[in-house]
Design a protein. Structure first.
Length: 303
């Protein structure tokens, strides 16, 4: 595992993968590799212009024409529902990758705090609505991208909308913890109901991407951008834990993969241990129930 590279990924011909946030960063790198291995790749992107540029690049670099742009705004449940309703193919891989980080206090179209709304609730709803398409595939996987930042997270059930207090980084940490709680609870439900689907999580370590672009603090953005460029590993390496979780035959549901170097900051993917709060089943069940209530999305056969 520690020597994993994209060369180890078998042919994905005949499979369909959906990658959210596939127009840049880790999502683009993930989509490039999946397309190079022959998968049908659906690029779930909010910005059509950037999505078209990513689609053209992937088709050119991989020679795979079966790469399709589909518009998806995770900050809008209407957009999520429309995307899922238009899904015609069975889905073998759902890569819940898109995210925002440490943004100013904003809300989604449905009134959710933006970071929780995009990073967790949008993907929660998307996964539930795509469950019929996932079940049509012989052995589908749901891979959700978290972050080392989950270690500093806690779920503020008393103020999920951040109306009392908003601290950008603590809300980012919360959303990344929510990604793990959702993954582990989803996999528990898959197992309890005899499903063949797997729910797996990954994190990229310290990777140079454009995730900081949502900030509107110029000084902080300049410092962080320089720090990431100087010390962060390349996006192609940062995508390896996600690709391993999505394709390696030895992966089991409920596992979490990240870089194997010191501090999990960089390196080849290995099985990693999440922070203790991510393993609390009571918190996970409560978050599931709250997410269901907020989004109105249920998971048929898993509730």
């Amino acid at each position: 595992m520690e020597n994993f590279s994209t060369d180890a990924i078998p042919s994905l011909s005949g499979t369909t993968a959906i990658v959210t946030g596939a127009n840049s960063g880790l999502g683009l790198q993930t989509a490039l590799v999946l397309a190079a291995k022959g998968a049908r790749v659906e690029l779930a992107c909010r910005d059509r212009q950037r999505g078209e540029a990513a689609q053209a690049r992937i088709r050119t670099e991989t020679g795979n024409r079966d790469v399709h742009l589909r518009q998806l705004d995770l900050a809008s449940l209407e957009s999520v529902r429309r995307f899922a309703a238009d899904q015609e193919e069975p889905v073998d891989l759902l890569i819940n990758n898109a995210g925002v980080m440490a943004t100013p206090h904003r809300t989604t179209a449905d009134g959710f705090e933006l970071q929780l709304g995009v990073n967790h609730l949008g993907h929660f709803a998307l996964t539930g609505l795509l469950l019929p398409a996932l079940r049509q595939a012989p052995a589908a996987r749901v891979v959700t991208v978290s972050s080392l930042a989950h270690r500093g997270g806690r779920i503020d059930f008393e103020d999920l909308a951040a109306q009392r207090r908003y601290r950008p980084w603590s809300r980012y940490n919360q959303s990344k913890l929510a990604n793990l709680l959702f993954t582990f609870e989803l996999n528990r439900r898959f197992q309890a109901h005899g499903e063949t689907l797997l729910a797996v999580a990954a994190h990229p370590g310290f990777t140079n991407t454009n995730l900081t672009s949502g900030m509107n603090h110029p000084a902080t953005l300049d410092i962080l951008g320089s720090f990431f460029r100087l010390l962060g590993q390349a996006g192609a390496l940062g995508a390896l834990p996600t690709l391993y979780a999505a394709t390696a035959p030895e992966v089991r549901g409920g596992e979490f993969y990240g870089p194997g170097g010191p501090g999990q900051l960089r390196g080849r993917p290995v099985l990693v241990t999440p922070a203790p709060q991510a393993l609390d089943p009571d918190t996970a069940r409560r978050l599931w129930d709250v997410s269901t209530e907020l989004t109105g999305v249920r998971f048929p056969g898993l509730d």
